[in-house]
Design a protein around this ligand. Structure first.
Ligand SMILES: CC(C)(COP(=O)(O)OP(=O)(O)OC[C@H]1O[C@@H](n2cnc3c(N)ncnc32)[C@H](O)[C@@H]1OP(=O)(O)O)[C@@H](O)C(=O)NCCC(=O)NCCS
Length: 155
């Protein structure tokens, strides 16, 4: 099975923060950001595996900076490592103030997606090939995170 480079499946997504998705303070709901993180991660996982995927898990998420109405939420996702039928995708979220031209880090998350066929069976995923120093670091760290996840799952 041939591997694919990380850069081949990078996923980028952006959306303007609108009132329908805000709380009473005029900040974008955390749940909306989680939804966008799931979408961005799933797109990267599907581009890499060229299969439908389901979300198996989402690791811990912190919200470091609020997103105000009218600001742009920007997300970037990439496959950190493939195991057999599952893959870890990292997604980073920023907020961009389009008037001021400022950008801030909002959140980061690691998600695990499993590739499936139309009948719901698991599908083996081609390996991912890390090229840059950051990609190699994420690849190594993903292995440790998987061990922790599987231990937690067993418990
Ligand atoms: C995710 C799912 C496919 C796993 O099914 P399963 O019967 O537990 O399958 P397996 O034990 O064979 O696991 C399949 C792969 O998923 C991984 N996996 C399963 N649960 C996991 C978890 N909680 N976190 C990380 N990886 C997980 C396994 O390690 C395995 O990976 P590998 O093939 O790369 O080694 C199944 O639980 C499912 O369909 N869940 C619902 C998914 C869904 O609907 N998501 C969206 C709405 S929340």
């Amino acid at each position: 099975m041939y591997g694919r480079y990380v850069r081949e499946s990078v996923s980028e997504y952006s959306e303007l923060a609108l009132p329908n998705d805000a709380n009473g303070l005029g900040n974008l709901l955390g749940g909306k950001i989680m939804h966008l993180v799931d979408l961005t991660g799933a797109i990267a996982a599907m581009k890499h595996s060229r299969n439908p995927v389901v979300t198996a898990s989402v690791d811990h998420m912190d919200f470091i900076h609020p997103v105000r109405l009218g600001q742009l939420v920007r997300l970037r996702g990439s496959v950190n490592r493939v195991f057999r039928t599952s893959m870890e995708v990292g997604v980073k979220v920023w907020v961009e103030d389009l008037v001021r031209g400022e950008e801030k880090h909002v959140s980061s998350a690691f998600l695990t997606f499993v590739a499936v066929n139309p009948a719901g069976g698991r599908v083996e995923v081609p390996p991912v090939i890390p090229e840059t120093e950051d990609e190699k670091r994420r690849y190594e760290e993903a292995g440790k995170r998987r061990e922790y996840r599987l231990q937690t799952r067993r418990r």
